[in-house]
Design a protein. Structure first.
Length: 77
């Protein structure tokens, strides 16, 4: 059973487990767990649908490792 504080995004289906020493933990449908910034870099910035639970991901520091290796980084706004 999932932790009662775990959030599931109604848009992309990822689970976000709040807290922990390294911050919130994002559980993707496949692959290793990540951070809110990784979720933003890979999914949320392109999705732009109402109901996204990771709006704060865009405010976090996004590193080059957060993007997919074969995808170009987006142009600065």
């Amino acid at each position: 059973m999932a932790d009662p504080t775990t959030q599931t995004c109604p848009i992309c289906g990822v689970q976000i487990v709040p807290g922990g020493l390294g911050g919130d933990r994002v559980i993707f449908s496949s692959g290793p767990q990540g951070t809110r910034s990784k979720l933003w870099a890979r999914v949320c910035q392109f999705n732009k649908q109402p109901g996204c639970i990771n709006e704060q991901g865009k405010s976090e520091t996004i590193s080059s490792d957060d993007y997919y290796k074969d995808a170009p980084s987006p142009a600065p706004e």
